[in-house]
Design a protein around this ligand. Sequence first.
Ligand code: ATP
Length: 236
Amino acid sequence: MTRRVLEVSDLSKSFTMHHLGRTLPAFEDLGFTLDEGEFLLLSGANGAGKSTLLRTIWRSYLPEAGRVVFTRADGGRIDLARAADVDIALLRRHEIGFVTQFLTARPRVPAEDIVAEPLLSAGQPLVKARAAARAALASYGIKPDLWPAYPATFSGGEQQKVNLARALILPPRLLLLDEPTASLDAGARAALIARLSALKAQGTAMIGVFHHPGDVLALIDREFSLTAREDADVAV
Ligand SMILES: Nc1ncnc2c1ncn2[C@@H]1O[C@H](COP(=O)(O)OP(=O)(O)OP(=O)(O)O)[C@@H](O)[C@H]1O
């Protein structure tokens, strides 16, 4: 039986622009569902609200209205729009992943340790976790010289590879992808697509924004299109 992972209903998010004295809607009354192993492509013009929707599901943003019901691996259901911060932190650690183009490099933590961390948290021994982390970094084309180095000095593409290696080292139940191929070279793009296919086959549900969806064509099950709203601003 296919199991539901996410059920979004009547979801609305707007931004209050105090300097303009206005509230501008990013999106209104959105609804869709997502099952295990499904890949939903989020499409829409620049400014249509794609990143805002991903950040609202990730709970960086609180919506004004609506529900984002996530079904955990244990079958329990939780509304991400209303969950306590401590529950959101736990879900981010174990069940929900978010890959963006940007890495927040932590000072003085080697690349291989950043990538190994989720495995160590899951109880793997250090030697095994570090070997898996190195293999993941290698798969994206990060050379051995850089494995013990600090990513703060890495190039943009190299930092993104560290980000990917860490975020995808364990299969999350739900994976949010915001332009993850943006600054990757062809080899890393191919490695990423291969990893996403493997995760999908293991049941990870994914919602992705790709300005060049040709990269992930074989993975896409459905498309959800957002429309930019131009004339719906409300004075505050
Ligand atoms: N923090 C914010 N404060 C105010 N307005 C914001 C904020 N974040 C996004 N917006 C506005 O919300 C709208 C949707 O932005 P969003 O970044 O979600 O679009 P997008 O579809 O991801 O665009 P792109 O394809 O260009 O990345 C835009 O008009 C943007 O200016």
